[in-house]
Design a protein around this ligand. Structure first.
Ligand code: GSH
Length: 212
């Protein structure tokens, strides 16, 4: 059995992707809470010792550090024969879109909106417009499918659901009203055996909030 150690901070949707995948595959992991708010990932020491890219999450597999959730999700899916889907290239297409667009922009919007003291309103407006478009795309994709790839959940769902799984007072979106197909899909993901919410899987000291 591989010993997993996940370097994370609780608000990190990217960390949640890996925590949820491990959990759904029945794999225990040790969480390494990381002082992201204190700036540790920006220090040369951390970058030298943990991740030269300065990013959370980092997953250690028997002591070997690996990064980039899309890559890791694909590896875990192959290793455990779960959530890989029947068309790996199409799954990868959605993983790339999620990294660059849905997660990438939602993460930045939520961080500015909820965890940044003096966020520029013009930047917030721009990012919200970008997230709105991503959600429109997700809503259309899920209007007539149970999951992103069809009837079965895959790592594309695990990746795309992450930042939408946080409370609405953090994301600023009441999806049940604005994007009902996305909300219904999140409900189907939450019904998967073993599912847990982000803060149940990723406990620990939280970032200070600046609610608007
Ligand atoms: N593509 C990366 C994204 C990781 C990422 O952006 N992590 C955030 C925290 S959730 C981070 O460390 N950001 C630091 C920064 O952008 O400087 C992945 O999927 O692992």
């Amino acid at each position: 059995m591989i010993a997993y150690r996940l370097h994370y901070f609780p608000e990190s949707g990217n960390s949640y992707k890996l925590a949820l995948m491990l959990r759904l595959c029945g794999q225990p992991f040790e969480g390494i809470w990381t002082d992201f708010g204190g700036g540790v990932t920006r220090t040369p020491e951390w970058r030298r010792a943990v991740n030269e890219m300065g990013e959370i999450p980092v997953l250690e597999e028997d002591g070997v550090k690996t990064t980039q959730t899309a890559l890791i999700l694909r590896r875990l899916a192959a290793r455990y024969g779960q959530y890989g889907g029947s068309d790996p290239e199409e799954v990868l297409r959605w993983l790339i879109w999620d990294n660059q667009k849905l997660s990438g922009q939602m993460a930045t919007y939520r961080f500015l909106r909820t965890y940044t003291k003096d966020a520029d309103p013009a930047v917030l407006t721009f990012l919200r417009w970008r997230v709105d478009d991503c959600l429109r795309i997700a809503e259309a994709r899920l209007a007539d499918r149970a999951f992103v790839m069809g009837d079965e959940p895959t790592i594309a769902d695990i990746s795309m659901c992450a930042y939408l799984s946080f409370p609405e007072d953090e994301t600023g979106y009441r999806l049940a009203d604005s994007h009902p197909a996305v909300q219904a899909w999140l409900g189907r993901i939450a019904a998967l055996p073993g599912w847990k919410s982000p803060y149940d899987l990723l406990p620990g000291e939280r970032l200070p909030r600046y609610d608007r």
